[in-house]
Design a protein around this ligand. Structure first.
Ligand code: SF4
Length: 147
């Protein structure tokens, strides 16, 4: 089995601030397992570093349904870039026969249980997580017990 993994969790400097979110817990889980690191925001053409982004009007599921947006802090609508990146990551998932993804909590792309909508942290999913769930892929948060 190959796991799709948020690239920042395995130490790749792809976060909006140019840093990573390396997790020793994730590294221990992936030890001896095959995995494919992916950053959907980089796949969507967004640079590193980049302005932080948040949802408005709903989460990733709402964005997929056309009823939400992702804006950066300057008010630029980057929804299309997020959708392009998530779909490119999905194409990788399909081409590799990946059935599980381990994603970084609260990101507007990778969040599994919580995201920021406006100024508020709310239950919801990032764009990639929502797209993967819609396609029947198991998504796991880096903050849940990994088994
Ligand atoms: S989009 Fe996902 S992989 Fe890329 S930096 Fe954000 S949380 Fe990490």
């Amino acid at each position: 089995m190959i796991y799709l993994v948020s690239a920042c969790l395995v130490g790749i400097n792809c976060r909006y601030d140019g840093a990573n979110s390396y997790s020793a817990t994730v590294a221990a889980f992936l030890d001896g397992r095959q995995f494919m690191p992916v950053c959907p925001e980089v796949l969507g053409g967004l640079g590193v570093p980049r302005a932080p982004c948040r949802f408005f009007g709903g989460d990733g599921q709402a964005l997929l349904a056309g009823s939400a947006q992702i804006l950066d802090r300057d008010g630029n609508d980057l929804s299309e870039s997020f959708l392009v990146g998530a779909n490119k990551a999905l194409a990788i998932v399909c081409s590799k026969g990946i059935t599980s993804a381990l994603l970084n909590e609260r990101s507007p792309s990778c969040g599994v249980r919580e995201v920021y909508v406006g100024r508020y942290k709310v239950p919801g999913m990032g764009v990639l997580a929502a797209l993967l769930v819609d396609k029947g892929i198991r998504v796991m948060s880096d903050e849940e017990p990994l088994i």
